[in-house]
Design a protein around this ligand. Structure first.
Ligand code: FE2
Length: 383
């Protein structure tokens, strides 16, 4: 999805005889998208990747990300969720047919030995804090607070956690891609794109190794447990364009204009009906009379979600790290009282946040209501 990679041993041509030194035939695993029309990677396993000793329904334990019946008693209301209060594990907070947004807090013991495979969507995570290594058939991917991590749909993986991982996850049910305007006709990131190929941290491949003895698979919100015959990580080589990556948010190259530019300049990743943006520290607008704070606007088409990481956010007051705001389509929104005028003359912002715009309206989950900060909607009324 970023570019093509090739690591380890692969045969000269796909779908041809490829044996080890003892003459044993290796097994291909073609990981394809959009049926056989989209991007793909081909992995070469020592053992058959499709054979299970057992398979059956499972209790997901710490991997549970089921979305209970959504509860949105007053849909058109601005909400603030206090993410720092989210319990260990996964806490789904917002949901639509395109994306499920979850807060996560994964302590080292939550990782366990089991592998996980999400059949429902690509998992785009933003790590607020922590440190760990994502183990995958493509290799190991170290990640820490400040990184986005993409785990493509259908990839067996396991976290080795050194420090509790906290953050926000976007399960993209209609695929993941880079915004198309960043690509040139051959798919390379353009010279004026807000990041380069070099900014993506790629898997470190060291050949076949023991993997999880069991794999929990999520599909349609249900869970099954596989007991594979061979290690899912017994890969001798792979090539293709589908692979997990990490991307440090501070590698995003922000743009500044004469006057305030719309949020599209912060666009970083995209999915069906979803745009994820990175608000990173930057100099602000250069016009002597510029108002750097975002202008009030009518959210005609999009629900807007912001996950606050650090710094003083120019448009909002009273929001802290790990808080999640939801400003739904249908009602106008804008800066908190006083923030608009107070921003005049500022020349830089230290804000760090992740924003998501969605075209389909989001429903709040029961868990979200338990994290809600009452009175947020009314905080726009002057005191
Ligand atoms: Fe907005």
């Amino acid at each position: 999805m970023i570019d093509r990679m090739q690591l380890g041993e692969v045969p000269e041509k796909p779908h041809t005889v490829f044996r080890d030194r003892a003459g044993r035939l290796r097994h291909e695993e073609c990981l394809t998208r959009a049926g056989f029309d989209g991007e793909y990677s081909i992995l070469y396993h020592e053992g058959p990747p499709m054979t299970d000793r057992e398979i059956g329904p499972a209790d997901p334990g710490p991997f549970d990300r089921r979305v209970p019946i959504p509860a949105s008693p007053v849909p058109l209301k601005r909400r603030l969720l206090l993410g720092e209060k989210s319990p260990p594990g996964w806490t789904p907070v917002l949901d639509s047919a395109d994306v499920t947004v979850s807060l996560f807090h994964l302590p080292p013991e939550a990782a366990g030995d089991e592998g996980f495979c999400n059949g429902d969507g690509d998992d785009l995570l933003y790590l607020y804090s922590g440190r760990g290594t994502l183990e995958t058939p493509f290799g190991d991917l170290p990640a820490e607070g400040g990184d986005y991590v993409l785990v493509p749909r259908g990839v067996v993986h396991r976290w080795r956690i050194e420090e509790d991982l906290r953050g926000i996850g976007f399960e993209l049910k209609g695929g993941f891609h880079l915004p198309t305007q960043f690509r040139n006709p051959v798919g390379q990131l353009r010279m004026d794109a807000p990041f380069t190929h070099r900014d993506f941290r790629r898997p470190r491949f060291s050949g076949p190794r023991p993997g999880p003895a069991t794999v929990l698979v999520k599909k349609g919100g249900l869970f099954v447990r596989r007991v594979p015959l061979a290690s899912p990580f017994d890969v001798v080589g792979w090539d293709g364009t589908v692979w997990p990556f990490a991307f440090p948010i501070l590698r995003f190259q922000p743009k500044t204009g004469l006057v305030h530019l719309p949020p599209t300049i912060h666009g970083t990743f995209a999915g069906r009906g979803v745009l994820v943006c990175s608000f990173v520290p930057r100099v602000t607008d250069t016009h002597p009379d510029a108002i750097p704070c975002p202008y009030p606007h009518a959210s005609v088409d999009c629900d807007e979600v912001i996950y606050y990481v650090r710094g003083s956010f120019t448009s909002r007051k009273g929001v802290g790290p790990q808080a999640v705001s939801l400003h739904p389509a249908g009602i106008p929104h804008g800066p908190h009282p006083g923030a608009y005028e107070a921003s005049i003359g500022t020349r830089a912002t230290d804000e760090l946040a992740v924003m998501m715009d969605t075209f389909l309206p989001l429903s709040l989950t029961e868990q979200a209501l338990g994290l809600e900060h009452a009175g947020y909607h009314d905080s726009w009324v002057p005191a």
